[in-house]
Write a protein that binds this ligand. Structure first.
Ligand code: ADE
Length: 305
């Protein structure tokens, strides 16, 4: 429920740069739910926003992690291609972290819903049944999507932020096809990453992980570049599941170790596939930094003018 707690469970220092009056917020439908957190739609001063909060049964660690996420967002600053912090309600009641709302939801579902071909082939059963596409997405749109994500990641990398779970499910689609990277401030407990635990969509997050992350739980911007390559593949296939036959981290690691990589998707130009393959260099130093990826995409899009 939305009613204030009878007493303050926690006290947070007031940050008047970000604090919004709680009574200006009207909470609405749930947008997403994780193990410990929930995102709900809300209205504040005639604008639609998304509000992150912890669920019932949360622990102190869950609160600490939400506070940390908010503090990371404050420090990273604004960029058009990330989900920006708008404010918070931290006083006398539950902690609400208020962020930008993206009306078209996550990129994976958006691409899948609007895929122009094979709409009932290769579907995974966890996906909703197809309905006619509402948006006509061209190959150039796909490249613009990849370009925007590269710009967002270049910004995050310049702010020393490592995402650790870059995937189409963690990119949101805003108005006018503006893409925004979400959950970059999330504290991820890497040491306790359970390779066998599926995410909320029943998928193994291992398929986005660089070999050094699989093997040594090592993450940096270069491992984010690997994940970006998988995300490129998701974009060019309109939201298909990567490595459909691979079932475990061990199997994936030996597949990658032997030099095997996913094939070029049917609707993908060679230029984009070359970029994917560069992101998937086993040796992290051979992968291009996001700054170079942005420049490469600039040139590709100029050539398409
Ligand atoms: N689901 C989770 N976060 C969201 C957001 N900021 N906008 C739209 N849908 C979301």
């Amino acid at each position: 429920g939305n009613e204030p707690a009878p007493f303050n469970e926690y006290e947070f220092p007031l940050d008047s740069n970000w604090e919004l009056p709680r009574n200006h917020l009207v909470l609405g439908a749930t947008l997403g739910e994780g193990a410990f957190g929930r995102v709900v739609m809300a209205e504040v001063n005639n604008a639609i926003v998304a509000v992150k909060m912890v669920k019932e049964g949360h622990t102190d660690d869950d609160i600490a992690s939400l506070v940390r996420e908010m503090e990371v967002m404050k420090i990273i600053g604004r960029h058009i291609n990330i989900i920006n912090l708008l404010g918070c309600c931290s006083q006398s009641g539950p902690l609400y972290v208020i962020v930008e709302f993206a009306p078209h939801g996550n990129l994976k579902d958006f691409l899948y819903k609007n895929r122009p071909f094979g709409r009932d082939q290769d579907r995974d059963s966890s996906q909703p049944p197809p309905s006619p596409p509402a948006h006509m997405i061209t190959e150039k749109d796909l490249i613009k999507f990849a370009h925007q994500i590269a710009r967002g990641m270049d910004y995050l990398a310049s702010r020393r932020c490592i995402h650790r779970d870059l995937a189409a499910r963690n990119v949101l689609v805003s108005d006018d096809y503006v893409l925004k990277i979400a959950d970059f401030g999330l504290a991820r407990d890497i040491q306790s990453t359970d390779y066998y635990r599926k995410n909320t969509n029943g998928r193994l997050p291992i398929k986005w992980m660089a070999p050094e992350s699989l093997q040594e739980k090592f993450y940096d911007s270069k491992s984010d570049v690997w994940s970006y390559g998988i995300l490129l593949w998701e974009i060019m296939t309109y939201g298909q599941q990567p490595y459909p036959t691979i079932m475990s981290a061990e199997e994936l690691y030996s597949y990658l170790m032997s030099g095997q990589r996913m094939e070029k998707p049917a609707k993908c130009s060679m230029n984009i596939y070359i970029l994917m393959r560069q992101c998937w260099h086993f040796n992290a130093d051979d992968r291009p930094p996001f700054t170079e990826i942005v420049e490469y995409m600039d040139k590709l899009l100029q050539a398409k003018e």
